[in-house]
Design a binder for this molecule. Sequence first.
Ligand SMILES: [Zn+2]
Ligand SMILES: [Zn+2]
Length: 360
Amino acid sequence: MAQTTPNHTQTVSGWAAHDSSGKITPFTFKRRENGVDDVSIEVLYCGMCHTDLHHVRNDWGITMYPVVPGHEITGLITKVGSNVTRFKIGDRVGVGCLAASCLDCEFCKDSLENYCDQIQFTYNGIFWDGSITYGGYSKMLVADQRYVVHVPKNLPMDAAAPLLCAGVTVYCPMKDNGMLQSPGKKLGVVGLGGLGHVAVKFGKAFGLHVTVISTSPSKEHEAKERLGADDFIISTDIKQMQAGKRTLDFIIDTVSAKHSLGPLLELLKVNGTLVIVGAPDKPMDLPSFPLIFGKRAVKGSMTGGMRETQEMMDVCGEHNITCDIEVVNPDQINGALDRLARNDVRYRFVIDIAGKSSNL
Ligand SMILES: [Zn+2]
Ligand SMILES: [Zn+2]
């Protein structure tokens, strides 16, 4: 059993899973004192990411129980350490996936902390002091200021919470592949869930032509009429897939179930790129012909560094982009996790941790 938090002094109420049944129950634990580089945050809201589900059920075999999930956290600063310059008490802030990194490698130096090979996550990680990190399903969080961002004033704190993971996860590969300054380019979004619906919103905000690719015909109306997608392709419809060949510049694939990349690659123009941000736990089919014949590329991308996370937040503030959410109370977490496992959510559950109204 890994080290817990023996030297920690602050008692915090939260919610944890204690074994692979994944059942969440109230859990009281300790957090570290607020250090010189730390801020303390009263957690207001925490989004429920698919990663939370994988961790509480130990799907990836890496869970250290008890696990307090949650890495889509918004709240208010209640304390700042003496070295903290970017935040003051009362600031509206967010914390995403990252809790610590080496601070010294080429990636940390370039604020690409997410690619540091000593990265530690907001929960189920090991912090610099050797303690296991506990996430946002809790009333209070202590975070190093480096891994905290400001939430723009015009964004509601509940609907902004999932931007900290879902938002930045789709924003960074879009930016990385030149889609933010290329109005008119054709973006494909595979899967219309927590990640996909934000990708559609970014696409429209940046003037892209957005095609949603989904197995669910029932999502067409929603995708086009409400989210503003320009086109919709049912991935199981061979005729539609045929008609969509070589039409897209870039595809962001958010699907976390096993699927073949071949038919999706055929939708890309020559030299197009498909970026995987969903995380199927089994290897995916990657036939060579669509790669070779179209000089296409498949890449992955994992969340974002801190500079880009703030940039994404600011962009969301400018364009009024938030996630579409269903707010739940802490005593509804188990039911929400069950629904999440069935993809029965539009599009993100957000836990009202502080029990406050949603118009903060
Ligand atoms: Zn996440
Ligand atoms: Zn590093």
